[in-house]
Ligand binder design. Structure first.
Ligand code: NCD
Length: 324
């Protein structure tokens, strides 16, 4: 990849807090850079010198498997130095303590902090108190912008333009940051976004974000180009919002029979971790229409793009200064 000569200048990205305030052009710009990064990931030597000398700190105060590894791999593929700071959620609380933590992190002079926190708004708060670039890796039930981007990237690879495409998002919409980022992002790219879940998992006003809401799965997935299933976010629910997992599967689970309501080639997606037999049946999760592992693969490319773009915005892009 020769990032700059092949592509139009990517849009400036100071931080990545969410997709809500990005324009369609900015979103497309990130996806275009990610496509170039994906090409790098297909090479035998999957490494660029682009972020040489740049320090990326991953600060995860909530559990993660995929996202943390994906960000660290992305940073390493761009030759950045990576430090990890993992704190148990119980040792940190909101507000003042987070700012104190942020000051300590900043004393280690990172250029980019990738943060996952159970409190919505933490990345935005951090961005106001530290000088380095902040990338949100999931804040409470608010946003998970890189997941939204990797989902959009995967959809775009299969469907081309997303304008007019029907995308169904099914499950615990109320507690899902993945749903919110996808609703914001997909609707900006012109997709027809439908969400479905039990009434207890559909927040009031959800349609104002740019989607159509249903209390049954069938109308959401009927004729859909893609069906994205979500895990029930028990860690964010005060009370049990469904009677039991079997009952949930019966009414909202995606199995082969239900999938037939969607378009014949409809994509099956899931951000992981999956609860097999609850929101998704194994026959569908492992079936020919599933792109779940492609989503994971594309996550690395998307995160490389985001890290590159926030670094470039700060003039930290090593290949830029040496190439120009
Ligand atoms: C999601 C998350 O953490 O919000 N997972 C992920 O990042 N791949 C979804 C989930 O936890 O269900």
């Amino acid at each position: 990849m020769t990032t700059r000569s092949e592509s139009a200048t990517p849009p400036a990205l100071r931080h990545l807090i969410g997709l809500e305030h990005l324009t369609a052009e900015e979103l497309t710009g990130i996806l275009d850079v990610a496509a170039q990064m994906k090409e790098v990931n297909s090479r035998r030597v999957k490494k660029l010198p682009t972020l040489r000398g740049v320090t990326v700190l991953t600060f995860f105060v909530e559990s993660s498997t995929r996202t943390k590894m994906s960000f660290e791999l992305a940073a390493k593929r761009l030759s950045a130095d990576v430090m990890s700071f993992t704190a148990s959620a119980s040792s940190l609380t909101k507000g003042e303590t987070l700012i104190d933590t942020a000051r300590n992190l900043e004393a280690m002079a990172p250029d980019i902090i990738v943060i996952r926190h159970k409190c919505a708004g933490s990345p935005a708060l951090l961005a106001r108190h530290v000088d380095c670039a902040i990338v949100n890796a999931g804040d409470g039930a608010h946003e998970h912008p890189t997941q939204g981007l990797l989902d959009m990237f995967t959809l775009r690879e299969h469907l081309g333009s997303l304008a007019g495409r029907k995308i169904a998002i099914v499950g615990d919409i109320a507690h899902s940051r993945v749903a919110r980022s996808n609703i914001f992002g997909l609707s900006k790219l012109g997709a027809d976004v439908h969400v479905a879940g039990p009434a207890t998992m559909l927040p009031p006003g959800i349609e104002d974000l740019g989607c159509t809401a249903h209390q049954r799965i069938e109308p959401a997935i009927e004729g859909a180009d893609a069906v994205m299933m979500l895990r029930i976010q028990r860690e964010r629910q005060g009370n049990d919002l469904i009677p039991d997992a079997h009952e949930y599967h019966r009414f909202f689970g995606l199995d082969a029979e239900r999938l037939r309501l969607a378009k014949p080639e409809a994509l099956v997606m899931h951000p992981g971790p999956m609860n097999r037999g609850v929101e998704i049946a194994p026959e569908v999760a492992d079936g020919p229409q599933s792109v779940i592992l492609e989503q994971v693969e594309n996550g690395v490319a998307v995160r490389m793009a985001v890290l590159y773009m926030v670094a470039a915005q700060r003039g930290l892009d090593a290949s830029r200064s040496s190439a120009e």
